[in-house]
Structure formats: structure tokens, C-alpha cells
Design a protein around this ligand. Structure first.
Ligand code: G3P
Ligand code: CA
Length: 252
């Protein structure tokens, strides 16, 4: 068989389906995650927040307005109210009835089947969310990943330090689109608790990839929405490409 472009570029680059295969199905829904598995992504990327009554839910924006038929902040709605929303129709009538998944539903459905890149989205809005996430992982023995691929990442670095204390064996990622975070000093500080430095592709250079590797971390970059961007990141030889279109990274 022909090597995929990800393989041809060197060692296998992780193909990470951003919010699921969100180019093809409504982001952060079972439809998008199933599509990612069908497309043979190595990981699904999910955004985790919390309902008013404490349930962990999978949605990107801090309000439900853009991706559902409802409105208001995620944190002001109960889990029941959230589950009654239609999270699919905005993407196409064929997706009507897709729901906002709970975090435990995603863990149960996909762990062991596909890697899960868990983003804590705006954890500063949800005090204690780190403990809740840690509990869900521990209940499933995902706090000692062996063959399981589980990574936790965030733009909030304090939250990731906390996760590293709670789940010392789970790989941690820091997210940024700022060049201020690419100095050697900054990378060294991240490497004290993080295993992945995950930047926007807009700040990726070959030098940055090398520096991140020198500090002992891996690099996964986002967000691919064009073949051109996928080709650029393949050339940069990052370790993972976070993409709305898994087929741009591994044509099948
Ligand atoms: O996985 C990285 C990427 O998801 C970060 O940006 O806004 O899509 O959550 P965002
Ligand atoms: Ca995300």
C-alpha cells in the first residue's frame, strides 16, 4: 500500500479530528466523532465545559447560541435543558436531533477505540472542573494510560498545572497562538508540567518544532481547514495535526 502523506513525511503524524470530523458533521456531536472514527483519525478533540447543575458537557463556545437552537451561557443551563437542544440542524437538516454529548458519554463510547484529546475550555469559568475531569478518568482507569491515548490540554496554564498534580501520568498539553510563548524560557517552563506544546499553525516554524523537541515535548498544531495548511504542517514535521478534515492529513 502507498504510504499516506502523514507517513511519507517521516514517522506517523497523529491525525486529530478537531471537534470530531467537524468539516463534515456538526462539531462536538456523536455524528462528528463517529465520522472521525470512520475516517480513521488517531484522536478526536473535544471541548469540555460544565452545566449549571454540575454535569460535564462537550461544546466549544461558552454559549449555546451558535451551534444549537437555544441561547445563553452553557453555565446557566441545566443538563436537562442542554440535552433538549438540537446541536445538529445548524450544520444541515440531515443532522437534526444531534445532541450536546456529556463527557462521560464520550469517554464510554470512544475510549479504547480512538485517542481522546480533551480540551478544558475556559476552565476559569468552572472552579473545580479539574477534579471532576480527573474523577471521570480515574473511574475508567484512564489516569494510567498504557495503550490508551488520552491527553488533556488548555489555553489556561494554571488549570493544566492542577491537572498535572491530579493526574500525574496523563499527558498534558498547553495551547497558544502567541509568539510570546515560544521563547526558550517559556518552553522550558511549560516542559516542567506539559508533554505537548500545541500552537496555532500561524506561529509554527521548523525552528519552533525543533525547540519544542529539544525541551522534550511533542507538538500538535491546529486548525487545518485547507489542504494547503495540512501540507504546510506535514512539511514542518509536527507530531500531530488537528484538523476539521482528517482526509487532508491522511488521504484515503
Ligand atoms: O485543539 C486545539 C484547538 O481546538 C484550539 O482552539 O478554539 O478550536 O478550541 P479551539
Ligand atoms: Ca478545542
Amino acid at each position: 500500500t502507498q504510504p499516506s502523506s502523514a507517513e511519507a513525511a517521516g514517522t506517523k503524524i497523529d491525525n486529530v479530528a478537531h471537534r470530531g470530523a467537524s468539516g463534515y458533521a456538526p462539531e462536538n456531536t456523536i455524528a462528528a466523532f463517529d465520522k472521525a472514527v470512520e475516517m480513521k483519525a488517531d484522536y478526536i478533540e473535544i471541548d469540555v465545559q460544565r452545566s449549571k447543575d454540575g454535569e460535564l458537557v462537550v461544546i466549544h463556545d461558552t454559549t449555546v447560541d451558535r451551534t444549537t437552537d437555544g441561547s445563553g451561557p452553557v453555565q446557566s443551563l441545566t443538563y436537562e435543558e442542554i440535552r433538549n437542544l438540537d446541536a445538529g440542524s445548524w450544520k444541515g437538516t440531515e443532522f437534526a436531533g444531534e445532541k450536546i454529548p456529556s463527557f462521560d458519554e464520550i469517554l464510554d463510547r470512544y475510549h479504547g477505540k480512538v485517542g481522546i484529546l480533551i480540551e478544558l475550555k475556559a476552565p476559569e469559568l468552572y472552579p473545580g472542573i479539574e477534579e471532576s475531569v480527573a474523577l471521570e478518568l480515574k473511574e475508567r482507569n484512564l489516569d494510567k494510560p498504557q495503550n490508551e491515548k488520552t491527553i488533556i490540554q488548555s489555553f489556561n496554564f494554571e488549570s493544566m498545572k492542577k491537572i498535572n498534580d491530579l493526574l500525574p501520568k496523563v499527558p498534558i498539553g498547553v495551547l497558544t497562538s502567541s509568539r510570546l510563548h515560544t521563547t526558550q524560557q517559556a518552553l522550558k517552563e511549560f516542559s516542567a508540567y506539559a508533554d505537548y506544546f500545541n500552537p496555532s499553525y500561524t506561529i509554527v516554524t521548523k525552528d519552533l518544532v525543533n525547540q519544542v523537541h529539544e525541551e522534550g515535548m511533542k507538538i500538535q498544531s491546529w486548525t487545518v481547514r485547507s489542504q494547503e495548511t495540512a501540507d504546510f504542517l506535514l512539511e514542518m514535521q509536527v507530531d500531530g495535526i488537528i484538523t476539521d478534515y482528517p482526509d487532508y492529513v491522511d488521504p484515503r
